[in-house]
Design a protein around this ligand. Sequence first.
Ligand SMILES: [Ca+2]
Ligand SMILES: [Ca+2]
Ligand SMILES: [Ca+2]
Ligand SMILES: [Ca+2]
Length: 443
Amino acid sequence: MSYSTFRKFLGLVVAGFLTLSLAGPEVEAAEYWLRADTTTLTMPDGAVIPMWGFAEDADQDLATQDGIVTVPGPAIVVPQGDTTITINLLNNLPVASSLMIAGQPSDGSVPTFVAGRVMSITDEAAANGGIVSYTWTDLRPGTYLYSSGTDPAVQVQMGLYGSLKADVVDGPLCSPEPGGGTCYRDIVYDEDLTLLFSEIDPKLHDAVANDNYGPAKAMTSTIGYDPKYFLINGAARSAGSSPTEIGTGGDRLLIRFLNAGLRTVVPVVQGFYVNIVAEDGFPKRYPNEQYSLVLPAGKTHDAIFSMKCDDLPEPIRSQGKFAIYDRMGRLNNAGAPGEGGMMVEFSLVDLDGESIADICDNCTGVANASQLDADGDFFGNVCDADLNNDLFVDFGDVAPMVRGFIWQDPNADLNADGTVNFGDIQVFVDSYMKPPGPSALNQ
Ligand SMILES: [Ca+2]
Ligand SMILES: [Ca+2]
Ligand SMILES: [Ca+2]
Ligand SMILES: [Ca+2]
């Protein structure tokens, strides 16, 4: 049996196991334990902002207060195949609070009214220790924002929000593909990341934290709302912010855009056209290519980026980086000049560090700036001692290597230094009994 046949055989065995495990016992409905509590966020200029956030209760009992409070709250990932989720909420805040998932069917709880005004969209957990359980059935697949359903203009502002993704395999294109690919409905992707936009008006946060917000108090409403800090995933950008690494998972990168703020955000993808494939979890009938999107308060959009090397425009392909920023100009912190606000830089992963991104590199494990590929099989010479091209380096490659050594065959220049000598024999020995590669171009 040749190696390639063996690989195919192995693939079939693995696929068989996957099918078996998919057809196995039904996964139980997902359940989460969250605690709403106070915390602080430090802005790049040193300002410490009182926040409210969620923590995931590590031991799932809501009795001991474990888990760190974060803003945004924990990213909730509904396991594939689950269509029901339960979230148990412990509210340690000094006011009543609740949970809602915009765009999901009602969890069955009813709005709370105070003096004829809706105070809460869903059942409330009482202040200082109240617990409520919410269950959503018939969960819709897609990307959603979960948040406080009580006095959202204030409580969501204070930080009670997070992302929820549900990849329920139910679309016509979602049959398990060879080589992977995760999907919901008929949106298929290999790698995903979430960009959650929000903003902070420090005056509102100080007023709420000091009990100066409400009727007959120093601050009575959010009418004068004037945000000063602009965040992505809970962080305002500063000059020292490090880029987010992408480009390891495959050809299709899904970016989930969510806006938990009160103002519209217009994320612009620098130098890149993307396909907007879903809005509020609903796939678009006619996905359209664009370089920016309009993201009103409370909304989610999903966009697919093609991460095939050939699809990357210049200078992104050669520089290996690009940015997403808010077109509305909120690129500062508290009005200070300099880098800040809603901007995130991405860098394409380059494992071997020769400045050619993995997704464009014909040998991802060994630095080869020249990308020499003498036989044109998309494996760079430095990881291609498979001289007879049967996808394995073994005894069959010894004779071609010896001939290459004698006749200076460029295919045998395994360290790509322009000549065939003992240095290349060493690479051959190191490659023995291994497949060629890895190459992003031909794996
Ligand atoms: Ca590289
Ligand atoms: Ca080659
Ligand atoms: Ca071979
Ligand atoms: Ca050489």
